[in-house]
Design a protein around this ligand. Structure first.
Ligand code: HEC
Ligand code: HEC
Ligand code: HEC
Ligand code: HEC
Ligand code: HEC
Length: 251
């Protein structure tokens, strides 16, 4: 069954960019680090071309598919999702002053971790588009991980790589299974009056400045918008004056 929401997204995906700009949020995803079709251009040198991952020639397809996604309409999951969810067991944030109960991450956060924990290759999609460069060089289907192994982006992207001068270290994007030193995620936002240190939860789950909750919870995508590279790094709201943090916290 198609719910209205996924039909609307299917429409967006099929009609492409005109519709995307209409939502306003995906406007500046193209050409960003989340546009895998453009990474070779960003790299400039051509060194990644055709080797690290498959270029499906379509930005959205690494994450969404317009028809019959695996996880269709599952509550708390990313819409029209075209990737597997990782089955990694994560080390969670711990703190004596935390009120929220923390458990293994929910779908919206797992969607991010399907690339960022390094367990699944960035080009590992459930449904491939009809266009891809399968005929070109054999692909390594690389992972965002730190080890420097043959199927890891860090084979090139690591600190002190003598072979490629000036290459950036992608270690910071590689979470592995350790979320213990990151802002807690998949936690329920405190209800009104439950915690005086927090602004009231917005009725629509979206704060006026665009910061979002998902089913009342804080997820990676509360602070980040994968589709918008305007405020680095893919933030919904900038850090100037702690704007992002004081959306939720009263400090
Ligand atoms: C790197 C992964 C990734 C790529 C690439 C991506 N998305 Fe998304 N998208 C997500 C995730 C995760 C969510 C759920 C979290 C959220 O709503 O921000 C989402 C949510 C959405 C939504 C619903 C929420 C909203 O912001 O309106 C729409 C519509 C959408 N994506 C459209 C697109 C389109 C169109 C493209 C291609 C131009 C695209 N996405 C590319 C990961 C991605
Ligand atoms: C299809 C794979 C994929 C998915 C899914 C994905 N990312 Fe990424 N992300 C990447 C890649 C590739 C990079 C670039 C890493 C690098 O080279 O530094 C990146 C980089 C980032 C960066 C750093 C940007 C910068 O300017 O340095 C942030 C922040 C980020 N991702 C957040 C997210 C969040 C939050 C989600 C889920 C809502 C998500 N990503 C889902 C592939 C993905
Ligand atoms: C054969 C070596 C090599 C491999 C493997 C490789 N890259 Fe690259 N990549 C480069 C070089 C060289 C550049 C250009 C220098 C730079 O930006 O670090 C680059 C640039 C990039 C950029 C653009 C950086 C920017 O800010 O413009 C991103 C993002 C990126 N690579 C992500 C990845 C991801 C994700 C993988 C694994 C799926 C990967 N790379 C695998 C060599 C490689
Ligand atoms: C409470 C808000 C918040 C949440 C939740 C959050 N982030 Fe971030 N993230 C930030 C901010 C702010 C930065 C930039 C400052 C920094 O690097 O410390 C950042 C930085 C990053 C970077 C590094 C970008 C770079 O190159 O410096 C990545 C990758 C990233 N986040 C991914 C994620 C993922 C994946 C999740 C979920 C597991 C997540 N974030 C949850 C606020 C958040
Ligand atoms: C979308 C809402 C939201 C945003 C934005 C947000 N936080 Fe949080 N933060 C929370 C919630 C909810 C908790 C869990 C509080 C609890 O249960 O005690 C939390 C927990 C924390 C904790 C841990 C408190 C403890 O007792 O261990 C710190 C520190 C923190 N946030 C800092 C920040 C900073 C810094 C920023 C900006 C980069 C930020 N937060 C942005 C909602 C948010």
């Amino acid at each position: 069954m198609w719910c209205n929401r996924s039909t609307a997204l299917g429409f967006v995906l099929m009609t492409g960019l005109a519709a995307v700009t209409e939502t306003g949020s995906a406007m500046s995803m193209l050409g960003s680090k989340h546009d895998l079709t453009s990474l070779d251009n960003r790299a400039g040198t051509g060194v990644m071309v055709g080797v690290a991952f498959e270029n499906y020639q379509s930005t959205c397809v690494y994450c969404h598919t317009p028809h019959r996604p695996v996880s269709e309409s599952s509550e708390g999951k990313a819409p029209l999702w075209n990737r597997e969810y990782p089955v990694t067991e994560y080390k969670l944030y711990q703190s004596p002053t935390l009120d929220a109960t923390i458990s293994q991450p929910a779908g919206i956060t797992l969607a991010c971790l399907s690339c960022h924990d390094g367990s699944l290759a960035v080009d590992r999609v459930m449904k491939r588009p009809p266009i891809s460069d399968t005929q070109a060089l054999p692909k390594k289907h690389m992972h965002i991980a730190r080890g420097g192994g043959d199927t890891q982006c860090s084979q090139c992207h690591r600190k002190g790589n003598e072979n490629i001068k000036g290459i950036h270290d992608l270690g910071i994007a590689a979470f592995g299974n350790d979320l213990s030193d990151d802002h807690p995620v998949s936690i329920t936002y405190p209800a009104l009056l439950q915690d005086k240190q927090f602004n009231p939860r917005p009725g629509s789950d979206e704060f006026a400045n665009g910061v979002k909750l998902f089913n009342g919870r804080v997820e990676c995508a509360s602070c980040h918008d994968v589709h918008n590279a305007k405020t680095k790094p893919f933030l919904r709201v900038g850090l100037q004056g702690s704007a992002l943090c004081v959306t939720c916290h009263i400090k």
